[in-house]
Ligand binder design. Sequence first.
Ligand code: NAD
Length: 480
Amino acid sequence: MKTVVYAKGDGIGPEIMDATIDILKAAGVKLNFEEIEIGKKAYERGIMNGIPKESWDKILEHKVLLKAPITTPQGGGYKSLNVTLRKTLGLFANVRPCKSMAPFVASRHPQMDVVVIRENEEDLYAGIEHQQTAEVVQCLKLITRPGTEKIVRYAFEYAKAYGRKKVTCFVKDNIMKQTDGLFHKIFKEIAAEYPEIESDHIIIDIGAARIADTPEMFDVVVMPNLYGDVVSDITAQLSGSVGLAGSSNIGQKVSMFEAIHGSAPDIAGKDIANPSALINASVMMLNHLGDCKSAEKIHNAWLRTIEDGIHTADIYHADSKEKVGTRKFAEAVIARLGLKPEKLNEVSYDKMTPIKLPEYIREIEKREEKKLVGVDVFIDHPSFKPEQLAEALRAFNDEKLSLSMITNRGVKVWPEGFDETFCTDHWRCRFDQTNGKAVESKDVAKLLCRLAEGELDAIKTENLYTFNGERGYSLGQGQG
Ligand code: NAD
């Protein structure tokens, strides 16, 4: 029999986990449950990421984790347990379905039924940050072809498995032409492989506004990590309570299922927390494990409980029938196992095909031709004017590399800048090929040596490449 590892977590975690495990057992699921310790107690024992070795071993052995929320300690060099689990275990897809249950749960959007699929490993969450000058810090936004192919393909496979009609991509590629541009380009490539599913894209700012205003326009939405983090909280809140939405974190080998809310320390230990989000996460887990019958049974019993007006305090309203605590809510779901909702749509998972997990196959022979054509050197200088800096830098031109542009915070300030542009101490100085002559990496190294000898503080460089002849870097704002 398959073993599922579970962690009771912190705050309301133990209460909602007990309720969920009771329901799973009452539904007769054919699973062993093994508890592991992660979170506050582990942090207090000095384990900086909150995950003891024995717990890692169990997760790696059994590969499925049902996790209650954790209280993340503030400061002190502690690492986020959630980010550690997601990135270390390669949990690339974060799936958050949010559906309105109006009129049984108050919601301004009775037709809402959205699934947010968030890339879970990269983007600004790569956590690569540096202070470079007294005035400027930087966070690297990494969007990769493998990461994007996997998440986008997973979104279409999810739509196929759950009979969804449309997948929408949220990006900001009008501004971030390289990073979000790659995400959008790959979305279009992969959408073409699924002609039976409608696809479109929307710029994230108007997309977030529309999803808050008319979520019924959307079906499955897929996006890079940070946008997905924000948008999925919006959709969870719109469905009535953060206490309702479950999520899955899917990897090639390991998967983790959890509530989207936190450990709610303000209501911990009072038997008033809504266990629905973790119950819904366990339904996602059962579908993932292929036990669609049990998933359907629990989900329908839960819908019937909500429909019967048995509500925890967070969703209780004038038309509710009974206000219950965490334990009583679980008992009510158990009493309805085998029943279906009468007014809400019942769920049916028996015809569901398993979601095909996308494999990324690196095709070495198809790699694009990469050519070095210049370098951006970032200089720390607090008092230069652009003209002065250009004057100083032009002395370092040689027969391979010549200064062509200076920007400050991305805006071109030389040649022909504007006096009005505000400048910091962080200058991006672009050196292009002199008269189109081929550049090698040793030419860049030589330039850096000359700058160092000239006592210019080069804090970082970015090589400029073309790939199959296409520019692989952005122009300065105001350039071109
Ligand atoms: P939170 O989600 O814990 O609470 C926000 C509000 O929602 C609170 O008023 C809380 O009472 C309410 N709430 C949350 N879950 C509820 C439920 N099931 N039933 C009824 N009401 C519920 O967010 P927070 O207060 O910002 O964070 C608390 C702690 O949780 C922090 O330490 C944070 O780092 C952690 N956290 C953990 C996870 C996770 O483990 N996946 C996710 C988010 C936050």
